[in-house]
Each structure stands twice: as structure tokens, then as C-alpha cells.
Design a protein around this ligand. Structure first.
Ligand SMILES: Cc1cc2nc3c(=O)[nH]c(=O)nc-3n(C[C@H](O)[C@H](O)[C@H](O)COP(=O)(O)OP(=O)(O)OC[C@H]3O[C@@H](n4cnc5c(N)ncnc54)[C@H](O)[C@@H]3O)c2cc1C
Length: 287
């Protein structure tokens, strides 16, 4: 199928995008990498009057380290971040997650912020943003605001972004000394969306486990540093709390089992990574 006719506008600044969004609301849609939006348009699941192409907007292509975070502009592609020198030290969790995001052709066009704005419950970048307790920076013609990842994702492809708001950037907290990271995913074929993906962040006090692909949005829980049967019991409770989706290609029971299995593996990985990074502080996390 082909999309319904639309107007196309190339955007030169965040203010320009916000001015159009203020006027047109949901009749205008941001086009970032187009890797999800074009499929939606081709299937005529959305029929916006105008597309606002931010992909060549220089001010939105910036990456900035500020106050212990890496701030990623809305037009930064996934590949740009994936190949950023020092990513293994700055954001080891993303280094672990990137190889699971589709194939490099998709990552070359797809943006980091676009994946987060799209809010697919199986997508890896929303999951990592939630695991790391990052933020989404939203801008409209009226105001700017920051929303914690915990409050941003509200359901299947649903977020708290308002129709007149642009995701101007997303902000990932940089890895701190004493943290360790783990990431595991199960998908039918390599590069497919995850049936279940699990990310873990361990520090001296707690283990944070985030699960994608199971519920209608990524979900995270903080646990004390548990091991053995205590960890297995905690992950089992978490799996049951998730209201797992039941679909022909993956049952709710399979998804719960993956939470238990992958959860245990990422917990072990994150704790081992923490010990390794304490011994070798400048080392990255091995993929
Ligand atoms: C074959 C294939 C396989 C894929 N597999 C995976 C996978 O395994 N894991 C995964 O995570 N993703 C996967 N994807 C999706 C991919 O990562 C997309 O790039 C990503 O989801 C959307 O990013 P984008 O920049 O292409 O956004 P677009 O497609 O341009 O936009 C997506 C949606 O977000 C909105 N939007 C985008 N940017 C903004 C913004 N700055 N402000 C407000 N709204 C905005 C758009 O209006 C649109 O509604 C796959 C895609 C394809 C084509």
C-alpha cells in the first residue's frame, strides 16, 4: 500500500517544528528516521496532513555531556550513538543493547529519540532509558518540560507527549563508578523485535531490572541485592505482576518464563560487570 497524500516540510530548528505543531496538532507528524512512521503511513494507520522532516536539522543532531548525563538530540541516529567513541565507558548498557536493534541499515536511519517517541513495548532504547532512569525533554511553542522515563511510557505506542510537543532530546545518565550492567533478549530471529528483553543495573545497594516486550510498555523494579532462590522468587513475582501479552507467536506463559530465565542471567551479568568495573574502572562492558 501507499500512504495517503501529505505535505512535506523540511525543518531547520526546534522552534520551527513547535510552531507548526502548535498550529496543526495531530494533523502534523514528526518524520525522524521514518523507520516506523513510513510503515504506519503505508498501512494508512495514520493520515497526517503534513510531515515535518527533522532528519537534517543541525541543532537537533547534537550530542552533549551535561551534569552526569548524555543528552541526545532528536535527529541523532542510532548508528551515530552506537559508534560514538567512549560509549562503552559512558553508557555500557546501550553498547550491550544496540546489536539487538534490528539490523545496521535500520540503525543508520532510525533515531534514538524516534524510537523513544514511538514507544514500541518491545523496543530496546525505551527499555534502556527506563532501566537507567533517564528523561525525555519535551518542547512546545508554550514551554519546555522534562519527563522521567518512568512517567513517559503509558501504554502500547502511547506516551505522555502532547500533540503540540516535540521530543527535543533524550537524556541518559552516564555510568557511575560502582555500577554494573546486563542485557539479554529473546527474539524469533536475530534483529526481530524482542519477545522479551531484560536490562539490569547493579550498584552496591540494589539491582534494578527492566523488562520489555512482555507488558504493553517497558516496566522496571528495584530489588535489594538478591541471589539464588531469593532472586528467583523475586523475578517470579515480577513476571506475574507484568500482565504479559498473550499472542499467537508468544504466549503469556512463555513471556513470564523468559522474565525468570533472562532476569537471572542479566542479574548475574550485572553483578559480575560491577565487580570487573570496580577492579578496572576505565574498562568498558564487553558485548
Ligand atoms: C525492519 C525493521 C526492524 C526493526 N526492528 C527493531 C527492533 O528490533 N528494535 C527496535 O527497537 N526497533 C526496531 N525497528 C524500529 C526502529 O528502531 C525505528 O527506527 C524506531 O522505532 C523509530 O525511529 P525513527 O527515527 O525511524 O522514527 P520515525 O519512524 O520517523 O517516527 C516514529 C514515530 O515517532 C514520532 N517521532 C519521531 N521523532 C519524534 C520527535 N523528535 N518528537 C515527536 N515525535 C517523534 C513520529 O511522528 C512517529 O509517530 C525496526 C524497524 C524496521 C523497519
Amino acid at each position: 500500500m501507499k500512504p495517503a497524500a501529505f505535505d512535506y516540510q523540511r525543518i531547520a530548528s526546534a522552534d520551527e517544528a513547535c510552531a507548526v505543531l502548535a498550529q496543526m496538532g495531530e494533523d502534523a507528524r514528526i518524520l525522524a528516521g521514518g523507520q516506523s512512521l513510513m510503515a504506519v503511513l503505508n498501512m494508512r494507520l495514520a493520515q497526517p496532513q503534513r510531515l515535518l522532516d527533522i532528519s537534517r536539522c543541525a541543532p537537533l543532531q547534537q550530542l552533549r555531556v551535561a551534569q552526569g548525563t548524555l543528552q541526545i538530540g532528536a535527529a541523532v541516529t542510532q548508528a551515530t550513538l552506537e559508534w560514538r567513541p567512549g560509549l562503552a565507558q559512558e553508557l555500557p548498557l546501550l553498547q550491550l543493547a544496540f546489536p539487538h536493534i534490528s539490523h545496521f541499515q535500520v540503525r543508520n536511519r532510525g533515531t534514538v529519540a524516534g524510537s523513544i517517541a514511538h514507544a514500541d513495548p518491545s523496543a530496546e532504547l525505551p527499555l534502556c532509558l527506563l532501566a537507567l532512569q533517564g528523561e525525555v525533554l519535551l518542547k512546545s511553542a508554550r514551554a519546555s518540560r522534562r519527563v522521567a522515563a518512568e512517567d513517559f511510557f503509558t501504554g502500547m505506542l502511547q506516551t505522555t507527549r502532547r500533540a503540540d510537543e516535540l521530543v527535543e532530546a533524550v537524556s541518559f545518565p552516564l555510568a557511575r563508578p560502582g555500577q554494573g550492567f546486563g542485557f539479554e533478549e529473546f527474539s524469533v530471529r536475530h534483529g526481530d523485535f524482542a519477545v522479551c528483553a531484560v536490562a539490569a543495573v547493579a550498584d552496591g545497594q540494589q539491582l534494578r531490572v527492566a523488562v520489555g516486550g512482555v507488558a504493553d510498555r517497558p516496566v522496571a523494579r528495584n530489588f535489594p541485592l538478591l541471589h539464588g532462590d531469593a532472586l528467583a522468587d523475586a523475578l517470579n513475582d515480577f513476571a506475574w505482576q507484568l500482565q504479559a501479552r498473550d499472542e499467537p507467536q508468544a504466549s503469556a506463559a512463555l513471556r513470564r518464563q523468559l522474565v525468570r530465565q533472562l532476569g537471572r542471567r542479566v542479574a548475574v551479568q550485572a553483578l559480575a560487570d560491577r565487580s570487573r568495573r570496580l577492579t578496572h574502572p576505565s574498562a568498558g562492558t564487553p558485548a
